[in-house]
Design a protein around this ligand. Sequence first.
Ligand SMILES: NC(=O)c1ccc[n+]([C@@H]2O[C@H](COP(=O)([O-])OP(=O)(O)OC[C@H]3O[C@@H](n4cnc5c(N)ncnc54)[C@H](O)[C@@H]3O)[C@@H](O)[C@H]2O)c1
Length: 273
Amino acid sequence: MGDGARERGPVEHGPVLSDKVAIITGGARGVGAAIAKAMIEAGARVVLADVLEDHGAERADELGDRATFHHLDVTDEVGWASVVDTVVAEHGRVDALVNNAAILHMGTIENTSAEVFRRVVDVNTVGPFLGIRAVVGPMKAQGGGSIVNVSSIDGLIGMNSVTAYSASKFGVRGLAKSAALELGRSGIRVNTICNASGNPEMSGPWFEQMAPFIDQTMAYLEDRAIPGAIPFAAIAGAAVYLCSDVAAHVTGIDLPVDGGATAGHFVAGFNTM
Ligand SMILES: NC(=O)c1ccc[n+]([C@@H]2O[C@H](COP(=O)([O-])OP(=O)(O)OC[C@H]3O[C@@H](n4cnc5c(N)ncnc54)[C@H](O)[C@@H]3O)[C@@H](O)[C@H]2O)c1
């Protein structure tokens, strides 16, 4: 080791998102709000984009002067143009897009209409597609950017009675991989986070139907390398990493934040053998 290396000491990265401008869909609550907070702490300015106007405006107030709220239905192409035009007019650039907004539907295939299936795919898969289309122009013009799709563990492996959601979440992974290949030469990276849990409010409409199966639900959360629900901050940390230049050579990946749930089968008793 040369003298220079010995003197250097620990590397200090500083705020990894300094001066970056990010749009976060579904930022009004849950995981999206946590991603916004973490990105601000890492130095970014964020625009929360959501259909929940009151929650979104309140959240932006709480987050301080580096956060603003913009109404957006992610299925609305004109709405996307309005958000991106506003962000570019106000900040001069858009460095990151986190496609986090989504809806859930629970029900067997026989209890899921084609209309419901289409609606889930429209929000969860077409929404991120429209988002990527909307930011690609300004990102190319400024020389690059980072796009993160928030999928799910249900985008990596199937689950019964989550068919529409699972299909939509597999879809955003394919979208990200193809976009990564298409946009890499323009300096734009596209990656996917596959989190194994999120805001319980998302499954609120099905709480009553799920109640008799609470033991089975808990077992699902426990039978993994790191048991329990995934903290919002752990998912947010993955988004900060993927949007930062630390991940400059990372594109087209799925990053599971799942406590090892997709690593393989876990039989607790076998750890005593
Ligand atoms: N909740 C879970 O258990 C869970 C598990 C794995 C992955 N995820 C994923 O994590 C991400 C965040 O979800 P969450 O857990 O915070 O749930 P959430 O329901 O709290 O957040 C979803 C957000 O998306 C917004 N949204 C819904 N439809 C929209 C539309 N058409 N246009 C704009 N915004 C819209 C909602 O208003 C809400 O703020 C989602 O992509 C979800 O699929 C969630």
